[in-house]
Write a protein that binds this ligand. Structure first.
Ligand code: AMP
Ligand code: MN
Ligand code: MN
Ligand code: MN
Length: 292
């Protein structure tokens, strides 16, 4: 029997099913995140490092040591309609070799992209950004824009990471390099074939027209995707309402996660979000037999 202590009203579970460790672009170890999550009252936790499952066994052990329930997690980078979309996977087998191969391929090219980002920054007078960003990298396969942002803050170019993204790391800015990530179909299939659930991360963050957003949700659903983040650190209160409606329209379960990266940088702490609206089916209800 699975180790379940889900309360009678499942929507009010303090579940935090989205955050990052040093295995991707967070600043805390899986163990430190587990401790922080527990301190903040999290009952069901998932570590969802970008394109990587290397921290999953540590995170599970840390969750158990803290007395929290755990779902395996990852956040896969996908290219869709000219935009990068993130697909969270929960409750999959972290040792599934097809999924591991797919994530390895998705991570590939980050090193080359980082060199090109550094070249772009050099052209506007910011020297040594590749080496500078590397100092912040915990996993050499996962150099990300976040690590560049930390270097530009450290070197005094900007005062905080959001400013770096705005001025240097988003489309049209000197350190931005377009990149081809996984396909939506592959990402959903890797997760689903490894017995997990695919979930559209923070849908309000994508700059889609209504037609493109409709296409994302329809194709996601057609590939076997089953959930959407409704309450996330990336959404405003009105976006909770909007995507609660979208979840109902497409028959998707709803997820909740802070997207916590760092005590210094993140605006939303682990376990601190409002509960899911009671009218939605929480993803953890459908993943009950995958909870550890
Ligand atoms: P990458 O996968 O290298 O393209 O980096 C994407 C990561 O950059 C996201 O997962 C966030 O952690 C971070 N990020 C993206 N946009 C912003 C922003 N506007 N402010 C701060 N961090 C951001
Ligand atoms: Mn990130
Ligand atoms: Mn994301
Ligand atoms: Mn994230």
């Amino acid at each position: 029997m699975p180790n379940l202590t889900i309360p009678a009203v499942p929507s009010i579970l303090n579940a935090d099913l989205h955050c990052h460790s040093v295995v991707s672009d967070g600043t805390l170890t899986p163990e430190a995140l587990a401790e922080r999550a527990k301190t903040n009252g999290v009952e069901l936790w998932s570590l969802t490092d970008h394109d990587e499952v290397g921290g999953q066994h540590r995170a599970l052990a840390a969750a158990k040591a803290q007395g929290m329930q755990y779902l395996t997690g990852t956040e896969i980078s996908v290219s869709f309609a000219g935009e990068t979309v993130h697909i969270v996977g929960l409750g999959f087998d972290p040792d599934d070799t097809d999924m591991q191969q797919g994530l390895l391929a998705t991570r590939g090219g980050r090193g080359q992209r980082a060199q090109e980002m550094s070249d772009g920054l050099a052209k506007v007078g910011i020297k040594g950004a590749y080496e500078g960003a590397l100092k912040f990298v915990g996993n050499p396969e996962l150099i990300s824009r976040t690590h560049f942002a930390r270097f530009l803050v450290e070197s005094g170019v900007c005062s905080e990471t959001h400013e770096v993204f705005r001025k240097y790391l988003t489309e049209g800015k000197p350190g931005y390099v377009p990149h081809r990530w996984a396909s939506l179909r592959d990402a959903v299939n890797w997760i689903t074939n490894a017995k997990g659930m695919a979930i559209i991360a923070h849908p309000a963050r994508y700059r889609f027209t209504p037609n493109e957003e409709y296409a994302l949700f329809s194709e996601f659903k057609a590939h076997g995707g089953r959930g959407v983040e409704v309450v996330t650190g990336s959404h405003s209160a009105s976006e909770y309402v909007k995507y609660a409606e979208t979840a109902k329209e497409f028959g998707l379960a709803a997820s909740r996660g802070s997207d916590f990266h760092s005590p210094e940088e993140s605006r939303t702490d682990l376990g601190s979000l409002p509960f899911l609206p009671g009218s939605l089916t929480p993803v953890w209800e459908l993943l009950a037999d995958r909870i550890q």
